[in-house]
Structures are given as C-alpha cells and as structure tokens.
Write a protein that binds this ligand. Sequence first.
Ligand code: UDP
Length: 241
Amino acid sequence: MKKNTKLVYRRIILKISGEILKSNCESEMDLCLLNRMIKEIKYLIKLGIQVGIVIGGGNLIRGLNVKKIGVSVNVADYMGILSTIINGLVITDTMNRCDIKAQLMSAISVSGICQIYNVEKAIYLLSNQYVLVFSGGIGCPFFTTDSAACIRGIEVKSDIILKATTVDGVYSSDPKKNDDAIMYQKIKYEDILNQDLKIMDSTAIILARDHSLPICIFNMYKSGALYRIITGEKEGTLIIS
Ligand code: UDP
C-alpha cells in the first residue's frame, strides 16, 4: 500500500454470483478466478478491511430454470437456496486452505454443515477479521442473492456493496450487444430503476436506496479492482442517491 493511501470503506459486502465460480468453464465449478479473488481478499484483510461475502447459486441452480421444467415455484427456489450453500462451502473451504479465517453462515438451518445466520454473531466475526460467507440468500423463495447482499449489508452496517460481474460497470445498454453503450462512473438508484438497467434486481436497488447504501458494480476479471475501490480510485460504477 502506498504511503498516505486512505481507505474509503472499512466494512464491505462482496456479492459473488455463481457464474464467478464457474469462470469461463463448461463445468459448474472452476476455482481459477476464485483463487485469484481470494488472494486479493487476503490483502484487504491485511489492510484491516472487514469482508462479508454473499454468494449466489446460479452456476448450479437458478429457480427460474427449474420452474421452466415444471418444478413448483417454491421448490425451485429452495433448490436455488441450497445451491448457494454448496457454493458457500466451496468458498469457505478455499479461504481456510489459504490461511484466511473464514466462517460460513446460512439463512436456513443446515445443522452439522454450517451455522445459522445471526446478525450479532456476524458483526462480532467481521470485527474480528473473519471473512464471513453468507449463504442461503435470505432463506425465502421469490428473492435473489442480490437482495440478500443488500439486506445483509444493511443489517451488519456495511459501508458498501461490491457486486462482482463480468462487465466493467453499469452501461446505458448491453455492452456485449451494443458498441455504442456508454459506461457510467456514477449513477443514481432512481436512474437504474427508471431506465430499467438490469445490473441488479430492482428489490435490491430499492433496499439500497432506502438505506443510503452505496453499491459498486465492477469487473472481477480486472486484477486489483477490489483494492482500487476501497482506496477510492476510479473503478467500476458507483450507484448512489
Ligand atoms: N433464491 C431464493 N431466495 C433467496 C436467494 C436465492 O429463492 O433469498 C434462489 C432463487 O431461485 C435463485 C437461486 O436461489 O435463482 C440462486 O440465487 P441467485 O439467482 O441470486 O444466484 P446468482 O445469480 O447470484 O448466482
């Protein structure tokens, strides 16, 4: 860390979607990108940043896809919820093997596998340099882990939500389909909602807006991105009021 570098955020919630655990692979899981990310997280911990991770399950099961084959709505979403716990086990185990103190919590009880989410315990662990992996979303069907990231962020009083994606930030339209798409450095919650920019689900954006919780959308494939964000350098798109 350079001399006089200021840390802009002290407690962060990192939202990692299941896709990130898949990297560019055909199979459901590939730990290349995760291993690199973990190195960056380890550096943040050394700097005294408190890190919570909300993990998705899209690489394994997404409720919507299971509904399409005829499974009931509730059951499909519970399958999705369980898939986030499987991913949570992988992340926690990988971090522990890299000598990072990490603990897995789940919104639903999976006795014998991990502890149930508890806000006081979560804050205690974060304050004691544990990386806390939040799995199980919020434990209810009809939600996503984006909303879970914002809810956990509000509950544990996180300074910001960092959403890792495969694009550099929020664009005026899909940059993979439209060469003229413009990337915003900053954008208001309201503009995301009004323009229906599908970078995060609207429930998550509304929750963040109502609790003045900033969100940063960034590209996880860009090495050093996490460090640049927490030191206030230009990286990704900041969503604020
Ligand atoms: N899910 C749910 N409630 C929650 C969080 C997740 O029902 O609070 C289900 C939902 O079916 C979702 C799946 O779990 O499709 C996986 O989560 P998500 O789609 O958010 O994962 P990601 O896209 O981030 O990998």
